[in-house]
Design a protein around this ligand. Sequence first.
Ligand SMILES: [Zn+2]
Length: 363
Amino acid sequence: MKGSINLGKVSGIKIKVHWTFLFIIVWVAFVEINQGGNLQSVLFNIALILVVFLCVVLHELGHALTAKHFGVKTKKITLLPIGGIASLEKIPEEPKQELLVAIAGPLVNVVIALALYFIVPVKQFLADNLTNILENLNELSLANFLFYLFTVNIVLVIFNFIPAFPMDGGRVLRALLAMSLGRVKATQIAATIGQSIAIVFLLLGMLFNPFLILIALFVFVGAYGENKMVQQLELLKGHTVSEAMLTNISLLKPNDTLARAKDLILSGTEKNFIVEQDGTPLGILMNADIINNINNPNLLVTDVMKTSFKEISSNDKLRNVLSLVELHKGQFFPVLDTNKKLIGAIDMTNINEFILFQSKLDY
Ligand SMILES: [Zn+2]
């Protein structure tokens, strides 16, 4: 996500805060002043928000460090006004592992709440009658601060266990379903439930709390995206790159000019090209680079081509290649055979076509 500030690193995982996070601090101050608060009460509430988000970071680290235990890296943890996101490189496909990674986050909040339960101590705090408790809660004391923190952690646990996939509770649900139904069916069911709950969040959000609207969108889009990804991976299962790759492609030689590339674009449907010599790819000539330099049509393709690119083997599994190609959308990848000779190319459009055909065959 763009516009994030680095806060540091924990166990190799970058902790970042998105600039929109400032909104929540401004919002908290605004609400407090609106309710007749003074400087002290504003600072009290801002401090509370900051410590709550520290608990959120610990929650995300719970996910990330458990994932690390199963060999899954986490690129970063980003703090947004609606909470934290741990960007895991992948979700463990083993249901038991996904279950543990999903539970580890809220479990951190359970531990924090439990510790605060004894530190406050909550039992004594709530022993008074309700009127006194409510009156005491207006004080800006450390005991109140910790009691609020305790309450927030309990709310975080409950909220995260709502089975709205891809929220934690939804992941737990998917993992449990996957144990008997398999991952594809389990994801479909969890995503449907997640999207239904997102609609409820949306309605509640419009009535009570705008943050719920953002969470609703996050859940709805997330459920759609992950479900699509799992269904696609299933359709690609057991297939190799050689089955899907483009083989009918025009190749360019190092001494070809941009004018030749322009002619190829106009006379056919190809957009990107591989520059090769004796079956060895030397570079990729991208459509945008051709267009941007076409006022100089006598330039050699080697002057404009990208020389850093990833090669894909024709024996590679398509499902492994999908994430690579998705990560570099719009890129063009040369495909080599076992003798390292160029035999074709692959890109996202191409894989999408293959997925489309597979979906028609399988259902
Ligand atoms: Zn979580």
